[in-house]
Design a protein around this ligand. Structure first.
Ligand SMILES: [Zn+2]
Length: 285
């Protein structure tokens, strides 16, 4: 599933290639990926000129002079810059530009291709609810967000309405880099741990972003991302040695999903909680 490093890379590539280009026509093969009827969607964007392409979380945002072209790749897929003579075998939608370049969009399972009117992006039922981009949040805001909540830190970091862009691919390494157990309660994180987490979000996402995203996703030119399997520190590496201490990596259940942790580097409870438990224990005695 594409996350911030992949989506930000696609947005950058699309912006480089398509800013200033005019859409000549659109061909939608999977109307249920749209948020409005096909005819209305085509009418809205036919002739539109792309301004800038950016991203918010896992959404690619194409700002045009007619409104917003919004793309969410869902579980994954391809956005390929092609020509009429080099179309891929499978695609769910084609966006044809005046200069004979075609954008072929394919979803592996299901994705969204939406339209939002110019000043109404904030009213879009999904994009409008997104929290700040994970790489754009300030240290102070991250601190405030986490220290005010009694939820588990992992579930907050994955909650797109609080922080946009982190998913199940990068979360394990981010928490490992920060030496924070996924089940830690957010408001028990120490000031030092919050600092580590801020840095780890950047390190965890930027390492892949600099390489154009993960190897299992293609860029718009059809080349895989440069962030390889061996660049992953502990995610999906159950039983392999921790790169820091050598302890075998564990796969544990955390809520409805799995987490990968080093049981030595990431302790399940904070030192503060251990101290409190000791005090309680002593007072019982
Ligand atoms: Zn370790």
């Amino acid at each position: 599933m594409p996350e911030l490093p992949e989506i930000a890379s696609r947005a950058k590539e699309l912006n480089k290639e398509l800013a200033g280009s005019r859409i000549e026509s659109l061909e939608i093969l999977q109307p249920r990926c749209l948020n409005i009827p096909v005819e209305k969607f085509e009418r809205a964007l036919k002739g539109a000129r792309i301004g800038e392409v950016t991203h918010h979380g896992k959404w690619i945002l194409g700002n045009t002079d007619r409104g917003w072209l919004l793309l969410n790749m869902g579980m994954g897929g391809e956005v390929l810059l092609t020509t009429p003579g080099s179309l891929p075998k499978k695609y769910r939608a084609l966006i044809k530009f005046e200069d004979q370049r075609w954008l072929a969009i394919n979803f592996w399972w299901f994705g969204y291709l939406h339209f939002a009117e110019k000043d109404r992006l904030s009213e879009h039922p999904m994009v409008g609810k997104l929290g700040v981009n994970a790489l754009d949040i300030s240290k102070a805001d991250l601190r405030e967000m986490l220290s005010g909540q009694r939820k588990k830190v992992k579930s907050i970091l994955l909650d797109q309405s609080q922080l946009a862009g982190i998913g199940n691919a990068y979360i394990h390494d981010i928490l490992f880099l920060a030496k924070i157990h996924p089940l830690r309660v957010a408001n028990t994180l120490s000031s030092e741990e919050l600092d580590h987490l801020f840095k780890s979000i950047h390190k965890g996402l930027e390492t892949s972003l600099k390489k154009g995203g993960a190897f299992y996703e293609l860029n718009i030119y059809g080349k895989p991302g440069g962030f390889k399997q061996e660049d992953i520190l502990i995610g999906y590496r159950e039983g392999k040695p921790c790169p820091v201490c050598g302890t075998p990596i564990l796969k544990i259940k955390t809520g409805g999903t799995s987490s990968f942790i080093c049981p030595h580097c990431q302790e399940a409870i904070s030192h503060e909680e251990v101290r409190e438990m000791k005090i309680q224990f002593i007072s019982i005695l």
